[in-house]
Design a protein around this ligand. Sequence first.
Ligand SMILES: *[C@@H]1O[C@H](CO)[C@@H](O)[C@H](O)[C@H]1NC(C)=O
Ligand SMILES: [Zn+2]
Length: 453
Amino acid sequence: RAPDRSHPTPAQGPTPRYFTWDEVAQRSGREKERWLVIDRKVYNISEFVRRHPGGSRVISHYAGQDATDPFVAFHINKGLVRKYMNSLLIGELSPEQPSFEPTKNKELTHEFRELRATVERMGLMKANPVFFLLYLLHILLLDVAAWLTLWFFGTSWVPFLLCSVLLSIVQAQAGWLQHDFGHLSVFGTSKWNHLVHHFVIGHLKGAPASWWNHMHFQHHAKPNCFRKDPDINMHPFFFALGKVLSVELGKQKKKYMPYNYQHKYFFLIGPPALLPVYFQWYIFYFVIKRKKWVDLAWMITFYVRIFLTYVPLLGLKGFLGLFFMGLVQRSRRLGITSLAWECWFLESNWFVWVTQMNHIPMHIDHDRNMDWVSTQLQATCNVHKSAFNDWFSGHLNFQIEHHLFPTMPRHNYHKVAPLVQSLCAKHGIKYQSKPLFSAFADILGKRARWRGR
Ligand SMILES: *[C@@H]1O[C@H](CO)[C@@H](O)[C@H](O)[C@H]1NC(C)=O
Ligand SMILES: [Zn+2]
């Protein structure tokens, strides 16, 4: 193929444009321009952010910074991506400039890159297709079992409850499975990962892939960073989080809620409500506002399937209730609405406890532009390995390994864990792993401690 000459790149000319870290840091997007550095090369992403396939915000969170390690961590098709990137190249760091900003730990970064090379050589980035196939099968079987329970035993409250418990397992487990495809950790090409991602999150869960990408990649890029991690951003209105932020809220006299009681009202408005009251409705707003019609089409296939399979068993009245927040529910007690609400309620508790246990008790702060390993380790902890914990949390109990290597297939986390532990030990970085229930308890314990600030 003929080389693309439509974007002349100054760095390839005889006199490359040289920049300093200070010049790069000024292009963080606060003024107009956004630049970032990968392997000492300087890219102008001001205009590209809107076309970035992983979302505009995640890449913007690295504007003004070195992004070499997150670039390597998130992309599985680096050769192809680098080709596109050439059109954004505007120069490189001057030879006297160090390879990273002074906030970053140089030795740690070098050794982590060696570790990553070892991991790739060991084949730990390659997925075992049988694992994911069986995982999908166990979800589909439980889904069929839920339906058969109502069909066979009728719709009195015992089979009804059993059906909703099975459905919430299906929903929670499909949630963990979509996470694998969303991270491109199963197939060798992005295309196949994206396709099955749409099927699992769209058809099995009725949620948009684009919304999940938008939220989740930001969380991974800057976990527990105020204004950058959406999982933290939603909080200040309801909860005062973390030492740094609760002190700041206190100084600004911003008090939206009685934070002294946050460890108590967390039970009421956190775990049970996040999915049914917020996410379930927000996703429709998201896809329509952003014109994500493919996502909307996948979501509709979920509702059509539920309609065709459950309306014959439970009647039509309740189905409309799905969309009117349970108002119609009163006229038909065990309708499809109550089924959906029970299921969302159970799944929501499951989802919130598991996703909070790995991050909320850790350090929460503004972005201090630390190196990749420190950024991830100060914001992330693990939960011990066991067959139940692995299944219950979708292997997200190995959150540290997942955050360091987000495209690694989850069945390999435990193999890389000892290597990560020894890297941390060598550099005096705390690597935390705890039992499941103390992880849950820490979510509340920390909240109780932040209340008085
Ligand atoms: C960076 O891109 C923006 C938007 O395309 C452009 O206005 C600006 O001049 C570019 N800066 C450099 C240094 O190329
Ligand atoms: Zn993830």
